[in-house]
Design a protein around this ligand. Structure first.
Ligand SMILES: Cc1cc2nc3c(=O)[nH]c(=O)nc-3n(C[C@H](O)[C@H](O)[C@H](O)COP(=O)(O)O)c2cc1C
Length: 365
């Protein structure tokens, strides 16, 4: 129904307008129990039971929603009813900011891709906090933190620390976003010296907060697919040395060569969706080679089907997220992917997804 009726209709209109309308609708639907029950019946209840444990958290399913769709944490209830195993909310910045001028969101349907240069548009931490605090959550929530555009890059750590402190009570895990291509100089934080310093400050703050609140909230770092292959070993070394709890690979790519010739190929911004899949797989495999399970990888980028998902898990991911696949295939994509993975588990003769994945990795060696 989504692909045949709703998507053709939605795709006739401006992408950001449709995004706004959808978020508003989901936010309202979340306050109406009969609508929530219906969404759960159509989508959530169709999703197989396939729990995974990652970063010490029990997730009911291995596929979550990637950051960027619910930047202000307005749609937690409705999105949870779609069968996602977790929701990553944000990116939220300490202060509100409008993001980049419009237009800044472009669909490339012939490649099942999107280019965006949103630039961390959000209402800031204050309304975000009110929204998470007033919603009863049913799946683990990740909170993706960013820095304000006006904060000098040398002071970026202050913004992340402000996010950690103010939202500590509401996060099941934090994602430190140093990989969006749409905030000037942000990705410079991935260089060795900058990352070393940033992680030192972030992990120290997290440990202080853990002692204060007697609960350790895991911290994951979200990286770009555009990191050079030969920088991955040192990046992985820093994640291990600072005892970061997870790594999310990957954000969108500034390499638009895969969509050359399409109408929006030359728009500035990050490319997501199908054309990102191979590079995200490659980065996952290279990271896994270095990390060897010491820091779990959350795989994201171009995952549309259960086969894509399985491939990413075998490459080294322990859990997955989708964004563009959700836009192109609708809420049913979650159950399709999770159920396809459940079938792989059953066929493998193992009892758990991680058991089936480890077996497949060994067989592939
Ligand atoms: C419109 C749009 C907005 C996004 N905003 C964010 C964001 O605020 N923070 C973030 O970490 N990633 C953001 N992303 C990146 C996604 O979380 C994801 O890493 C990327 O799109 C690759 O996954 P996909 O191919 O399944 O979309 C955004 C992606 C899109 C398409």
């Amino acid at each position: 129904m989504y692909k045949q009726i709703l998507r053709p209709l939605l795709f006739k209109f401006d992408p950001e307008l449709i995004h706004e309308i959808t978020v508003e609708w989901l936010s309202r639907a979340g306050k109406l129990s009969p609508v929530l029950a219906l969404l759960k019946k159509i989508y959530g209840n169709r999703t197989a039971d396939l729990p995974v444990e990652v970063m010490g958290i029990q997730f009911p399913a291995p596929v979550g929603l990637a950051a960027g769709l619910d930047k202000d944490a307005r749609c937690i209830s409705a999105l949870s009813s779609f069968g996602f195993g977790h929701l990553e909310l944000g990116t939220v910045t300490p202060k509100p900011q409008p993001g980049n001028p419009l237009p800044r969101l472009f669909r490339i349907p012939e490649y099942q891709a999107i280019i965006n240069r949103m630039g961390f548009n959000s209402g800031g931490i204050h309304p975000f906090l009110e929204n998470v605090a007033s919603t009863r959550k049913t799946v683990p929530l990740g909170i993706n933190l960013g820095k304000n555009a006006v904060t000098p890059i040398e002071q970026a750590a202050d913004d992340y620390i402000s996010g950690l402190r103010q939202l500590y009570l509401y996060a099941d895990y934090f994602a430190i976003n140093i990989s969006s291509p749409n905030t000037k100089n942000l990705r410079d934080l991935q260089s060795d010296d900058a990352l070393d310093d940033l992680l030192e400050q972030i992990m120290r703050t997290r440990d202080e907060l853990a002692a204060e609140f007697k609960r350790k909230v895991p911290v994951a770092v979200k990286i770009a697919p555009d990191v050079e292959n030969n920088n991955i070993p040192s990046l992985a070394g820093l994640l291990i040395r600072h005892q970061v709890d997870g790594v999310i690979a990957t954000n969108t790519t500034i390499d638009h060569s895969a969509v050359t010739g399409s109408k929006h190929a030359d728009e500035t911004g990050g490319l997501s969706g199908k054309p990102l899949k191979d590079r995200a797989n490659e980065v996952t495999a290279l990271l896994f080679h270095e990390l060897k399970g010491r820091v779990p990888i959350i795989g994201v980028g171009g995952i549309f089907t259960a086969d894509d998902a399985w491939q990413r898990l075998v490459a080294g991911a322990e859990m997955l997220q989708i964004y563009t696949g959700f836009i192109y295939n609708g809420p049913g994509a979650v159950a399709d992917i999770v159920n396809g993975l459940a079938k792989r588990v059953a066929d493998s003769g193992e009892n758990t997804l991680s058991g089936a994945v480890i077996k497949a990795r060994l067989e592939n060696r």
